[in-house]
Design a protein around this ligand. Structure first.
Ligand code: SD4
Length: 331
């Protein structure tokens, strides 16, 4: 039997406690199996997200605890932040680009490696939902700009004004300096990346953002790029990023972290290694932020950031936890 099918069959039949050989999803586990045949506790279902978005993980948990899929959980969780006008880095209320237009990026990925993304899309409140439609209703992975918006209308999404008065006033204030220097997410950080494992042990992820505030028109970061802002491999785990997208793209950050887990690192070790990889390409810099979170097939989680102050939120049977993380600077 192929390993993929083997894992699929075994995960569908179990939740909670299973024997070690059945979760040979991480190299470490495979190695441990011979020496330690006892049961390993799985933490699932579980949802985790970047930053302290407790409403997002609570929404994801609502879906998961009722037996819903991880795909529905991450979409519904992400939608909470997209709809929150007080979150100025995601969805409605997001900060505009330098020309005053709010442009949104999002992607979603499921247990089978299916994925969908929208890039630089205007006037639609829930880009993650459009990304899912791209995944499910088209033969494509990414739709950008006007094409993405047109597709969204065809799918029944409504046109909305994404620029709130607050974000507009701040943009007008920023324009007075007329200096093109987007602030790099040390304070302006609310992109949500959300990962979940459902009761069947299947993993999905979503990532959604309005990107860097006052960015150049047309600029797209890491968040809608599969492999950079988000990556899911249902045999291993998943990772997602927040921070300066250009740096995450340069290292294909989320893919890197999943691959590090495949090689046997824990989610925490993988996130640390991913951040260190970025820092090694930016010697001497500490003026930008990158944070990663990750989850493995067992439901172990990790998070790490270049700057202090990064947290990530988990929701599992044990309840709601806000996990502060270590940072590279501090380390
Ligand atoms: C971007 N990674 O567009 C996003 C921004 C972000 O918290 O994560 N902000 O580069």
């Amino acid at each position: 039997m192929k390993r993929r099918n083997f894992l699929k069959n075994s995960s569908a039949a179990t939740a909670g406690l299973i024997s070690a050989p059945l979760i040979a999803s991480c190299k470490n586990d495979v190695e441990k199996k011979a020496a330690n045949p006892e049961k390993i506790k799985l933490t699932r279902p579980i949802a985790i997200c970047t930053w302290n978005f407790k409403n997002a993980t609570a929404k994801a948990w609502e879906v998961l605890k009722d037996g819903g899929s991880s795909l529905d959980a991450v979409q519904k969780g992400a939608m909470v932040e997209e709809a929150d006008v007080n979150n100025q880095t995601v969805g409605v209320g997001g900060r505009p680009d330098r020309d005053g237009n709010v442009t949104l990026d999002a992607c979603i990925m499921d247990k089978d490696g299916n994925c969908g993304a929208v890039l630089c899309m205007q006037n639609i409140a829930s880009p993650i939902s459009v990304a899912r439609k791209v995944m499910e209703e088209t033969p494509h992975v990414m739709l950008a700009g006007k094409g993405a918006e047109k597709f969204a209308y065809e799918q029944g999404f409504e046109k909305v004004n994404l620029l709130t008065e607050k974000s507009k006033q701040e943009w007008l204030e920023w324009k007075k300096t007329s200096e093109y220097k987007p602030i790099i997410n040390i304070e302006n950080h609310d992109t949500i990346g959300i990962l979940a494992i459902d009761k069947n042990g299947d993993i999905s992820g979503a990532c959604t953002t309005s990107g860097m505030g006052y960015k150049y028109a047309g600029r797209v970061g890491d968040s809608p790029i599969i492999g950079a802002g988000l990556f899911v491999d249902n045999e291993i785990g998943a990772a997602t990023a927040t921070g300066v997208g250009e740096e995450v793209v340069r290292t294909v950050g989320s893919f890197l972290i999943v691959e590090l887990m495949r090689q046997g690192k824990s989610p925490q070790e993988a996130c640390e290694e991913g951040v260190k990889r970025i820092m090694s390409k930016n010697a001497g810099r500490n003026d930008f932020q990158i944070g990663f979170i990750a989850i493995n097939k067992k439901g172990e989680t990790g998070g790490y950031c270049i700057q202090p102050g990064f947290t990530y939120r988990t929701y599992s049977e044990e309840g709601h936890v806000n996990n502060p993380t270590e940072s590279f600077i501090k380390a």
